[in-house]
Design a protein around this ligand. Structure first.
Ligand code: R7I
Ligand code: MG
Ligand code: MG
Ligand code: MG
Length: 390
């Protein structure tokens, strides 16, 4: 029936989201921290396609996404303490998955059973500024599935799950943006070509509210949480007193510009992305320079979203008709934090194209790909209240 087919498509998209996220992490891991010509990546994909077992291993990105998924499933909802404990225990079980350099300090503290506030260790990272790394965003896809159909819940739970390790606004807002992109991808009809500019406009509309609401709320200026307002004001008055009128004027101009852009850094990146998408050609160099490709959430979530949108069309040097495959290869070809950019791009692409687009050889080669399908089915049941007969 019609209804059954709508349900089947949605279920395929849930599966595609988590399976492509795993594939992006596994395949992208080979190139993390490097920037290789696209030929080398295509060659590596050929190699992956010939594997018969589960040789291509996942990294921390998938390890943590699995904890997010299993916590939501087991608790039938978000439980910060349970999720935090899963992160920490998983790290203790397999610490060699390539975790971020500082997040492991949080894990050790989370293992302490006397800990009162699960968010405290993350809050104290980097002298009270919290981590701006992409660790909150890289693992967030299961949240968008769990909260399917409720955009407020998507944003709220994305933020909470990120804050267990990433208290910096760039860290958790990156998780919100990635979750919104997955959410939006799940909702898009595939009957007509995706309007990529409208997709970005949708994200901009949501992120404006997110970024305006917590601008200056905490760590945006590198200010330690807890530093008193008096102290801040005192400092700025002291400096301005010594300046000439001319210097003062240019400083005011600079700070009013800063108020509109750096307070909304994700919106600024989305505006650049929109401009890129309206152009005939965009070089990888421009994407790297302007959107970024590193471990900062701000310099990787936009690159992942762009990879998905850019690859809805053919890409000259990536000769595949499969747009999901193209997305992951393109994301990796941006270099830098390749496993993470590819896992985030994969999650969005998978949510749009569905599991049928994840190449079967990848499902076979990538460690954790089948588990991802199982998690997706369980999240589907949780989100829709439907049951899947096995
Ligand atoms: O964000 P996180 O979980 O790392 C994820 C990355 C992904 O690429 C994974 O694939 C894995 O390779 O690691 O881990 P964090 O330790 O919170 O952040 C990662 C790194 O970002 C830290 O080790 C720091 O080098 C840097 N960093 C900061 N540096 C200075 N000041 C994050 N926040 C700050 C900061 O506030
Ligand atoms: Mg990793
Ligand atoms: Mg790493
Ligand atoms: Mg990485």
């Amino acid at each position: 029936t019609e209804m059954a087919s709508v349900a089947q498509i949605l279920r395929s998209r849930f599966r595609g989201c988590l399976a492509a996220a795993v594939a992006g992490d596994c395949i992208g891991a080979e190139f993390e921290g490097r920037c290789r010509p696209v030929d080398k990546i295509l060659g590596y994909v050929e190699h992956v396609n010939k594997q018969r077992g589960r040789e291509v291993e996942f990294t921390d990105d998938t390890a943590m996404a699995r904890s997010v998924a299993s916590s939501l499933i087991e608790c039938k909802g978000f439980d910060a303490r349970d999720m935090a404990t899963r992160f920490a225990k998983e790290y203790k079980r397999e610490s060699g998955r390539g975790y971020g350099g500082n997040v492991i300090t949080v894990f050790y503290r989370l293992l302490d059973e006397g800990l009162q506030d699960v968010f405290e260790p993350a809050r104290e990272q980097f002298d009270g500024r919290g981590s701006y790394g992409n660790g909150g965003a890289m693992r967030v896809a299961p949240v968008a599935l769990y909260a399917y159909g409720n955009v407020e819940k998507v944003q709220d739970v994305a933020k909470q799950t990120a804050m267990i390790t990433h208290f910096n606004r760039e860290g958790y807002n990156g998780a919100i943006l990635e979750a919104l992109a997955v959410h939006l991808a799940l909702q898009q009809s595939k009957d007509e070509n995706l309007n990529v500019v409208k997709f970005v406009d949708n994200l901009l509309e949501k992120m404006r509210i997110v970024e305006v609401n917590d601008a200056g709320s905490s760590q945006s200026e590198g200010q330690a949480v807890g530093q008193s307002e008096d102290n801040k004001t005192g400092q700025s008055e002291g400096t301005e007193g010594d300046q000439s009128e001319e210097e003062k004027g240019s400083k005011e101009a600079a700070s009013s510009k800063e108020a509109s852009l750096p307070d909304q850094p994700y919106c600024a990146k989305l505006e650049i992305m929109k401009e890129f998408l309206q152009r005939e050609k965009v070089s990888r160099q421009e994407v790297q320079d302007q959107l970024g490709n590193d471990i900062k959430a701000l310099n990787s979530v936009p690159a992942a979203i762009f990879s998905f949108l850019h690859c809805t069309r053919s890409v000259d040097d990536i000769p595949t008709d499969n747009a999901l495959e193209r997305t992951i290869i393109y994301a990796i070809s941006l270099g830098g934090d390749t496993d993470t950019i590819a896992t985030m791009a994969g999650a969005i692409a998978g949510a749009y194209y569905g599991i049928e687009y994840v190449p079967p050889p990848w499902m076979k080669a990538c460690e954790g790909a089948n588990d991802a399908v199982r998690f997706a089915d369980q999240l589907y049941c949780l989100a829709t209240g439907e049951t899947i007969e096995k």
